[in-house]
Design a protein around this ligand. Structure first.
Ligand SMILES: C[S@@+](CC[C@H](N)C(=O)[O-])C[C@H]1O[C@@H](n2cnc3c(N)ncnc32)[C@H](O)[C@@H]1O
Length: 730
């Protein structure tokens, strides 16, 4: 707002700024006035980004005028090709943000991305360098025309507002940030599906509608747009308005013009433009999505029920990124964009309503898993339950089979995307994603209902055990109190004790095998070394199928599977790939299990040796929570999990000495004997969004006797045992 004199001064500055961009006072003044009217004399949105809104509005007006002069002819005066550059320079000169920011590789990473320190010199090259958060901004005709002309256009930090001549058809589009009026049209389960669209329909009529979508990348660092695709869906066809089947209810479908802009970092902006009736009034986007969803569900019976148009649009964006990033194939033509998208979805888009099968459903029909928690046998067509080590080793040479939009290929309840902001490697080396453990061959995992006694289940419970007045039998393992709170978090006292057992293993809870230790035995059958001890661990016991409660019972957390939004990412810190959370997580939250093949120690040892010969190191996890506390374990009872060939996202969690933000806790679900159990990761403290998730592997980096050499630890912890070991060796 401000006084009259400050208004005059601000207007003078605005016009001066426009003059520097080559716009005369005569052409700038009326636009400025209109903008001021539109913003209720609020100068801030006009001055923002060094008068970007004003400059864009002037350009829009040029284009509108040109279009009016020439009828439908293309605009006679396109924006000055140097415009964006000069705007950026002007912005820099004025001390404001602008495109220069985007190219400033020295600028620290976004605060949203605390885990992205500068990569070490010996690390892989960072393609773009850390840059300030950048988002696609919605384009008006003028600016999208520019985008099409200039593929090196760098998106700006703030999207601009879209205006027509009278600023009356405004659908204001902003960068994605949590605002109360944000329309989240995506699949709530998936972070990147939250469409950054704020839609404020005004009551004035509109001559066009533009629905831009913005997919923010997790760290918001966006390199220049690398490609702009355009596709027109023509000729117009007849669509049913849903008011009946009469001819009157049919109306001419709008000509649809689709612009897709994508960056190499996985950002996609789509804008759908269609010419509409002059009496058109902007409907709410929710209503539009609902209507299309209803149509789809009626016509095509699309499953699963969580299908949404927002999700579908997100899917389209993701496919653009995927196809556009595949430089081994020539996908970069317009027809290929359509063609490939189509063939992968097994449908054509020639009809009025394209059928697009959600990628998330692709594996739905033929899942091999029995259930989330149950281990199952790897089936081999030749030999029904046996897969030999050689076959497995051949897996190591497979081509990448990952879907970067969801490495779990629909196995998990949430999508788990893959990003690499540092090298050209698009995804990690291949492996089979499994949601639950698999028995490799000889491991004895006896899941039998008969073995679960009354004391190991709560057959009389109903609904949610946590809301019953007295804890049920399933709480006995944890001292008569459930391990979980009603919020689904591990209780602090229980959690802290688990952390302490891990942090100070020397001091407590070690069991030593009285005769031969299975681990040492597997290394040297003839004369095994003495047992080095196994940590006695605290177990969580969850309710299971023999219990009377339901699946939503608060004592069934791990078996429900991953619930938070995770991402596999290339660390750029010399640790290879890692796992991070996209959401802030409270202390005690379940993240994921360590899932892999269940092997006996002998099988594991054999595999490890073969892997070593092939230059491949694995870090399996021993299910040794009860080793040493019982009599001699037979080989088939001393089990380990190996996620080298079959695994879940747990295999990407890197090691951190002592102060890791995850702790592994054994969880009993379907086997009361504890030879086999689930290994679940819970947060040891509050974890910020985009923080890397780490756990302490318990490696003794100074142990020169171990034939399997440990990696050089780069965990960065001030308590790093690897660093200490190195220093001691000097
Ligand atoms: C279970 S995998 C973790 C995922 C792995 N980074 C990847 O790219 O697949 C364990 C391997 O990750 C690497 N790693 C994990 N933590 C590390 C650390 N703190 N420092 C260096 N390398 C680490 C080591 O190569 C180790 O063998």
């Amino acid at each position: 707002m401000g006084s009259k004199s400050s208004n005059t001064e601000r207007a003078r500055k605005a016009l001066e700024a426009m003059k520097q961009l080559g716009f005369s006072k005569k052409e700038s003044t009326p636009v400025l006035k209109s903008l001021l009217r539109l913003f209720g004399n609020n100068w801030e949105p006009i001055e923002d980004e060094c008068y970007r809104a004003l400059a864009d509005a002037i350009l829009d007006r040029h284009q509108e005028t040109a279009a009016a002069d020439d009828g439908d002819a293309p605009p006679t005066r396109l924006p000055d090709p140097e415009f964006h550059q000069s705007l950026a320079h002007f912005a820099a000169a004025a001390g404001g943000g602008g495109d220069d920011d985007a190219n400033d590789t020295n600028k620290p990473s976004s605060s949203l991305h605390p885990q992205s320190p500068p990569s070490p010199a010996d690390d892989h090259q960072h393609a773009t360098g850390p840059v300030s958060p950048q988002l696609f901004r919605p384009q008006t005709r003028a600016s999208s025309a520019r985008l099409r002309q200039d593929s090196s256009f760098t998106p700006h930090t703030r999207p601009r507002q879209m205006m027509d001549e009278d600023f009356q058809d405004a659908a204001f589009l902003r960068e994605p940030k949590p605002e109360p009026d944000m329309v989240d049209s995506g699949n709530a389960d998936h972070p990147s599906s939250q469409l950054a669209l704020v839609h404020h329909p005004l009551d004035a009529s509109s001559s066009r509608a533009v629905l831009p979508l913005t997919l923010p990348s997790p760290d918001q660092n966006v390199p220049p747009i690398s490609a702009v695709k355009k596709r027109k869906i023509q000729p117009c066809s007849m669509v049913n308005t849903g008011k009946g089947s009469s001819v009157e209810s049919m109306q001419e479908a709008p000509c649809l013009d689709i612009d897709v802009a994508s960056s190499t970092m996985g950002e996609v902006k789509m804008s759908l433009k269609c010419s509409v009736d002059p009496k058109f009034r902007m409907p709410s986007l929710d209503a539009v999505f609902k209507m299309v969803e209803d149509k789809y569900l009626r016509s095509y019976k699309i499953l699963p029920p969580e299908f949404s148009i927002g999700g579908l649009m997100n899917e389209i964006c993701q496919c653009v990124v995927q196809l556009g990033s595949d430089h081994t194939a020539e996908h970069n033509t317009e027809s290929d964009i359509a063609g490939n998208g189509r063939s992968s979805q097994n449908e054509s888009i020639t009809g009025n309503i394209p059928f697009v099968k959600p990628i998330a459903c692709e594996n739905g029909g033929n899942r091999k898993c029995k259930s989330a928690g149950e281990p199952f046998i790897v089936e081999d067509s030749e030999n029904s339950t046996i897969a030999n080590q050689q076959t497995y080793l051949a897996l190591a040479n497979l081509k990448p089979i990952h879907d970067v939009t969801d490495i779990s290929k629909g196995e998990e309840r949430v999508r788990i995307s893959v990003v690499n902001e540092f090298t050209s490697e698009k995804c990690p080396p291949s492996f089979y994603y499994i949601r639950g453990n698999l028995v490799f061959q000889n491991a004895y995992v006896n899941i039998s209902v008969a073995r679960i006694g009354d004391e190991d289940c709560c057959a009389d419970c109903f609904g949610n055990c946590l809301s019953a007045p007295i804890p049920c039998a399933c709480a006995r393992e944890t001292g008569g109190e459930y391990a979980y709170t009603v919020e689904g978090l591990v209780r602090t006292t229980f959690l802290d004790e688990c952390v302490s057992i891990n942090r100070f293993p020397e001091k407590r809870h070690k069991f030593f095998c009285t005769s031969s230790c299975p681990l040492e035995r597997s290394k040297n059958e003839a004369s095994p070394e003495p047992c080095r001890g196994h940590l006695g661990r605290k177990f969580i016991k969850e309710c299971w199928s023999k219990c009377g409660c339901n699946m939503q019972c608060g004592n069934r957390v791990v078996q429900r599977g991953i619930a938070c939004n995770l991402q596999v990412f290339f660390t750029g810190e010399g640790k290879g790939w890692g796992l991070r959370t996209l959401d802030e997580l409270p202390k005690g939250a379940f993240v994921c299990e360590y899932v892999g093949e269940v092997l006996t120690n002998t099988e594991l040892h054999e595999r490890t040796l073969q892997n070593m010969n092939n230059g491949r190191y694995t870090y399996p996890v021993h299910l040794d929570a009860v080793w040493g506390s019982e009599g001699v374990l037979k080989d088939e009872e001393a089990l380990s999990l190996d996620s080298t060939f079959y695994g879940n996202v747990g295999r990407f969690i890197n090691h951190r000495c002592y102060d890791a933000n995850l702790v592994e806790i054994p969880v009993e679900v379907e086997t009361p004997d504890h030879h086999y159990y689930h290994l679940a990761f819970f947060t040891t403290k509050k974890v910020e969004a985009f923080e890397e998730l780490t756990w302490d592997y318990g490696i003794d980096f100074g142990d020169g006797k171990d034939p399997i050499k440990a990696f050089q630890c780069l965990c960065g912890s001030r308590y790093c045992r690897g660093k200490r070991g190195k220093a001691a060796a000097k």
